[in-house]
Design a protein around this ligand. Structure first.
Ligand SMILES: Cc1cc2nc3c(=O)[nH]c(=O)nc-3n(C[C@H](O)[C@H](O)[C@H](O)COP(=O)(O)OP(=O)(O)OC[C@H]3O[C@@H](n4cnc5c(N)ncnc54)[C@H](O)[C@@H]3O)c2cc1C
Length: 349
């Protein structure tokens, strides 16, 4: 079989790249092992305009967000699903420093375009909020709806392979790459944290960190906002809430840990005035990079091989634009963002 692209991985990166390449009229064959604890399957799907403790506007947010919104809306329409919800992020201040940093930013453009006023009285019966609250305009992507719907679509096109790609079986075939009986012009790796085992891309310095989250039931909460204190709550419907997550840079494996569960539960006790029960505990490994910029592009010496990875904590806001830019580059040789170019990791020209 001959194809334009083999895409390895169908997390949010592989989903977006295959979407845009198909839109360009290219043929794709997507390989994915449906790992239940891949980063995209565990993520809350939050899109947050501000970053860090200083509430700085997230990198290129004014470009990424409108593009992401438009893309998710188009996918919803095309796949007949609902997966994108604009919602506020209610900050319940854990410290005076955080509150003061927010107030300082409130009067400085451009971040303040996303800041809203909050009425503390509305949520006093739900949350421990002695230092008050504030609201920021954000969104969520329901990856639990989007990923399976796109997978089903790929299956219906006959271009999904539910198997693990063994990179050592890739071989050159003239100017193309051959994997088993498929000959492809390009093989693009969207493997998430599994990229760490990729022989061809081990020059790229990916940093992996583990995150854990609880799925809780809190019938008394009745809240549609994202709520953020030392833990973040994301409504899932039917009184269920995703509650997470922590960052562990020194982990042994990807399984949920007892100590992390205790920490998450204690953060929930500090936040919630209403009772809750823990229904599930999940963990996944986030693929990120040293300078917190994703790694995108073709290998400098084997240009049939490419990568879209290192989305860090912001897969849902970054993936649509970066996948589109990469697809345009692959098809029309248009420029990409220098900050994300993988050539920065290689000594080759
Ligand atoms: C606890 C937690 C919470 C998070 N919350 C958010 C959030 O609220 N908002 C946000 O934007 N981001 C969040 N993230 C980050 C987000 O999950 C990642 O940025 C994003 O999901 C990475 O997507 P990906 O497609 O690169 O990788 P993945 O989601 O890991 O997908 C890679 C896929 O490739 C498959 N694969 C790998 N190797 C092979 C192979 N050789 N052959 C076949 N298949 C293969 C894997 O099985 C997997 O299905 C969170 C992450 C964690 C861990």
């Amino acid at each position: 079989m001959q194809t334009d692209f083999i895409i390895v991985g169908q997390g949010i990166a592989g989903t977006m790249l295959s979407w845009f390449l198909l839109q360009e009229g290219k043929s794709v064959q997507v390989f994915d092992v449906e790992k239940p604890n891949s980063s995209s399957r565990v993520a809350a799907g939050i899109i947050n305009p501000v970053s860090g403790r200083k509430f700085e506007l997230a990198w290129m947010y004014d470009t990424f967000y409108p593009f992401a919104l438009e893309t998710y809306r188009k996918m919803e329409k095309s796949l007949g699903i609902s997966c994108f919800t604009e919602r506020d992020i209610l900050h319940v201040w854990p410290s005076e420093q955080m509150r003061d940093a927010f107030v300082k930013r409130q009067n400085t453009a451009p971040q303040n375009a996303y800041f809203k006023t909050a009425a503390d009285a509305d949520t006093e019966h739900l949350f421990h909020q002695p230092l008050g609250t504030a609201r920021v305009q954000g969104a969520t992507v329901n990856l639990g709806a989007l990923l399976p719907a796109w997978r089903q679509h790929l299956k219906s096109l006959g271009c999904l392979h539910e198997e693990k790609v063994d990179v050592m079986q890739l071989a050159m075939d003239g100017d193309c790459l051959k994997y088993k009986d498929i000959t492809a012009n390009y093989v693009i790796f969207c493997e998430g944290a599994d990229i760490a085992d990729n022989y061809y891309l081990n020059e790229i310095q990916f940093l992996l960190n583990k995150g854990e989250a609880l799925l809780i039931k809190a019938p008394g909460l009745d809240n549609q906002q994202i709520v953020k204190k030392s833990i973040t709550l994301v409504p899932q419907g039917n009184d269920l809430y995703w509650a997470g997550s922590n960052f562990d840079w020194d982990f042994e494996d990807a399984t949920p840990g007892d100590n992390q569960r205790k920490e998450l539960e204690s953060s929930l006790q500090e936040l919630l005035k209403v009772p809750f029960t823990v229904e599930d505990h999940v963990a996944a490994i986030r693929p990120s990079t040293k300078n917190r910029r994703p790694a995108v592009g073709l290998h400098p010496t084997v240009p049939q091989l490419g990568v879209l990875n290192g989305l860090g904590t912001k897969g849902c806001s970054l993936a649509p634009y970066l996948a589109w830019l990469f697809a345009q580059n692959l098809v029309k040789e248009t420029p990409m963002l220098p900050e994300t170019d993988i050539k920065r990791y290689f000594n080759a020209p």
